[in-house]
Design a protein around this ligand. Structure first.
Ligand SMILES: [Zn+2]
Length: 203
């Protein structure tokens, strides 16, 4: 038997619900999974490094564009302008990902991946700012903060922990239909990355 039985748990494992992990690394993934900050999304990451959420718009008509979009849905223009937006939105859809991959994924419990509808009109996929093993409710307000993965700031949702100031629509207490199409051929899909780039949104 090992005599040093009073050894504490590793700090990274001791407090999965800690509100802030100073500089111990990201709560979810290893630094090896850090995104490339200099690619086509460079404006996003440059803004994130400064604490801003910078997203693309059509330079011609101002429509909010997807991150990798090359032409505007509205007017067909290909001139894109990135600018900071309000870091606020609501949970549009959420997936609870069950993934165990020691060495890359740091958590051993499920983690949520959110499709956040931002007030800017964008939709952005992200996980939460801190570890949580449950999926936040659809419609829950979020503020976008940033995780630091391998030195790169990436958007992440900070969920309100204060008491709810407004209740969800009480006229619809029915259960959310999270399995609307059980025979869907995509029902067995797994997330290939901690923050997958696609979600099923049928609305
Ligand atoms: Zn346009």
């Amino acid at each position: 038997m090992n005599p040093s039985t009073d050894a504490a748990l590793p700090a990274a494992l001791a407090a999965p619900d800690a509100p802030d992990a100073p500089d111990a690394g990201d709560w979810l993934v290893d630094a090896a999974l850090a995104p490339l900050a200099g690619g086509s999304l460079a404006p996003l990451y440059a803004g994130a490094a400064a604490g801003e959420l910078t997203l693309p718009f059509c330079a011609a008509c101002g429509l909010a564009l997807e991150l990798e979009q090359r032409a505007c849905d509205g007017c067909g223009a290909t001139d894109i302008r990135w600018r900071p937006v309000e870091r606020a939105g609501t949970v549009h859809a959420v997936t609870l990902v069950h993934r165990r991959e020691p060495g890359l994924v740091r958590v051993t419990e499920p983690y949520p991946v959110l499709d956040v509808e931002l007030t800017s009109g964008h939709r952005l996929i992200m996980t939460t700012l801190t570890a949580t093993g449950s999926a936040p409710a659809i419609g829950r307000p979020v503020t976008v903060g940033f995780r630091i993965v391998g030195g790169v700031a990436v958007p992440a949702a900070a969920l309100s922990t204060s008491e709810p100031s407004e209740l969800p629509d009480p006229s619809d207490p029915s259960e959310p239909s999270d399995a609307a199409t059980p025979d869907s051929p995509r029902a067995t899909g797994t997330a290939p990355a901690p923050v997958p780039s696609e979600t099923e949104v049928s609305q």
